[in-house]
Design a protein around this ligand. Structure first.
Ligand code: B12
Ligand code: SF4
Length: 502
């Protein structure tokens, strides 16, 4: 290996160009490797010819390895296609997968001839160590968080303890070419930037990939670093608003105050993930800072109105707190974006109907609340920490016919539609067609009756029309067969080609 090693980092395509956001995982890795490694970043969300770019780079330059970031869902197929292309084009180049997919489904990820290494959890240090160790089995065996292949045997090294290994220097945005291409028009502003300030989450909700990735650890940034990064995004890049991807922005109040003071100084409207209990426990003084900082919307996992289920999934909040936080946010001018998980495997229909009724209650408390509805698709038991695994294993998941669910064992398996839907919380094998239809219909009526504030493309008249059309259905709970709403939505889209997704 040369003194300065070289790596090609790829974000396989997963979304439309308009929805592309900074590939923070790759920028974070490139930032950490900067001193020792030359990094090239290819973002398939932006570079629509990215396969030819990969081919061209591999043909003209030497790389010690190629690293792909892989999230469950549609990105797995792009990651497979890219990896096969790399293997074909440059058979000797080692291929490394990192991110949520190989962390959660490690065995499946490495069960493919085109994946040589999987890095579980944060990759900054592990990837640097791997670049040093390729070809040396002793060294490979000592890299915490690495899964690798010794001849035909798969070796899972010990877990890497969660630490904040990010460098103190700013992210190398220049590796993206023109980073301004990533500023998006959103309800927050004309040029919304994305950023991740803290890392991890101290909670361990059993359904959540973040808990499985960070195992209850969180790392907050020093206020100076946050101020430096946000000042750069605002003044040098021209961002006029911010979306924080921190897993859970509001941590302990005493630690949050310096960060909120920075945000109050920076004065950019912002959006973040938060928890109901953390917001409810904030003092008046901190809420004053929150208002000054221009927090516009907080995404809060409400999950379920059923307190027994909340306890079972170790959420640590209650349905009363959901209602209380909706009210508190209303008073402070922050929109709560509440996500719910319907269609759980136990008591599926009744739980789903109960959730619909609870959503109506939330809307009564704060009609501006945004509602997100997901299907409850828990992580497979093997992804959970040991303590939760035993309990989850005791109640195995079954499909509609009572057969035990067998999760895929290869990357290809995870690209089957039913498993892509499972990863995206869009469908579950235990749902009957009746429940699916019911969820679809309720979501349609709710979405038309209360159009989302995040749709910045539809003209106001379309929202008013849909609201009026949906009013009687919502009022009388007539969710079934909302054909006129579905048709009107389609016509609105046809009339306004700019609208592609609500
Ligand atoms: C931004 C984002 C997106 C963007 C992706 C933008 C992009 N990168 O191009 C969009 C909106 C498209 C998206 C979509 C989805 N997402 Co998403 N997304 C996120 C979010 C908010 C931030 C990701 C991020 O940038 N993190 C910051 C970086 C620094 O951290 P990181 O990605 O974890 O990277 C570190 C490690 O994972 C590792 N690593 C990562 N890649 C690599 C690569 C190599 C080679 C190595 C060595 C290491 C490594 O090292 C990095 C540095 O420490 C996360 C939540 C979160 N805060 O992480 C959810 C999250 C990752 N998404 C999630 C999900 C479920 C989805 C969807 C599948 C479904 C959905 N309903 O949202 C869809 C799938 C869409 C698709 N088409 O595939 C889940 C994943 C959980 C799981 N069970 O797998 C998360 C955790 C949200 C959550 N709390 O549930 N998402
Ligand atoms: S609080 Fe949120 S991010 Fe943290 S483990 Fe629970 S669901 Fe995941």
């Amino acid at each position: 290996m040369t003194a300065q090693s070289r790596i090609l980092l790829i974000n396989p395509q997963m979304t439309s160009r308009r929805s592309a956001r900074f590939p923070l995982s790759l920028l974070t890795l490139a930032g950490a490797l900067e001193k020792t490694t030359t990094c090239r970043v290819i973002d398939g969300n932006v570079d629509r010819e990215y396969w030819s770019t990969i081919e061209q780079l591999l043909a003209t330059e030497h790389y010690d390895a190629v690293g792909l970031t892989v999230m469950g869902g549609p990105q797995v197929q792009s990651a497979i296609d890219s990896s096969k292309l790399i293997r074909r084009f440059s058979p000797a180049t080692p291929i490394v997968w990192g991110g949520y997919f190989p962390t959660l489904y490690t065995n499946a990820a490495v069960n493919a001839p085109y994946v040589d290494y999987a890095i579980r959890g944060a990759g900054e240090v592990a990837l640097a160590e791997l670049l040093e160790a390729i070809g040396d089995c002793d060294k490979l065996g000592r890299i915490a968080g690495l899964t690798w292949k010794r001849s035909s045997e798969v070796v899972h090294n010990e877990e890497r303890r969660s630490r904040d290994d990010r460098t103190a220097t700013p992210l190398p945005y220049h590796l993206l070419g023109d980073p301004r291409a990533y500023l998006a028009k959103t309800f927050l502003g004309h040029r919304t930037a994305t950023h991740q300030a803290s890392l991890g989450c101290r909670f361990r909700c059993t359904f959540c990939g973040v808990a499985a990735m960070f195992r209850g650890a969180t790392h907050l940034p020093p206020a100076e670093r946050l101020e430096r990064d946000l000042t750069w995004l605002k003044e040098s890049l021209g961002a006029d608003s911010l979306q924080f991807f921190d897993h859970n922005f509001f941590d302990r109040e005493e630690d949050m105050v310096p960060l909120l003071e920075v945000l109050a100084r920076i004065q950019l409207p912002w959006w973040c993930y938060a928890r109901a209990d953390a917001l409810l426990n904030l003092s008046d003084a901190s809420w004053k800072l929150v208002r000054q900082s221009r927090l516009r919307m907080a995404y809060i996992g409400a999950e379920s109105p059923n307190d027994a289920m909340l306890a079972n999934i170790r959420k640590g909040t209650s349905s009363d707190q959901t209602l209380a936080v909706a009210e508190l946010c209303r008073r402070h001018g922050v929109v709560p974006e509440l996500s719910f998980m319907v269609g759980p495997p136990d008591d599926t229909e009744a739980e789903t109907e109960r959730t619909f009724e609870f959503i109506r209650q939330v809307k009564k408390v704060n009609r501006d609340s945004e509602i997100i509805i997901y299907i409850y698709t828990p992580l497979p038991p093997e992804c959970l920490p040991k303590s939760a695994r035993v309990r989850a294993g005791a109640r195995p998941l079954r499909d509609l016919n009572g057969n035990l669910l067998r999760f895929p064992t290869t990357p290809e398996g995870w690209t089957e539609k039913r498993w892509v839907d499972y990863s995206c919380h869009a469908d579950a094998p235990w749902l009957t067609e009746r429940v699916r239809r019911r969820i679809r219909n309720f979501t349609t009526v709710l979405g038309c009756r209360f159009p989302t504030a995040q749709d910045v493309r539809s003209p106001a008249w379309t929202k008013t029309t849909l609201k009026a059309l949906a009013a009687w259905r919502y009022r009388f709970r007539r969710y079934d067969r909302p054909w006129e709403l579905a048709l009107s939505r389609r016509l609105v889209r046809l009339a306004n080609p700019a609208v592609t997704s609500l």
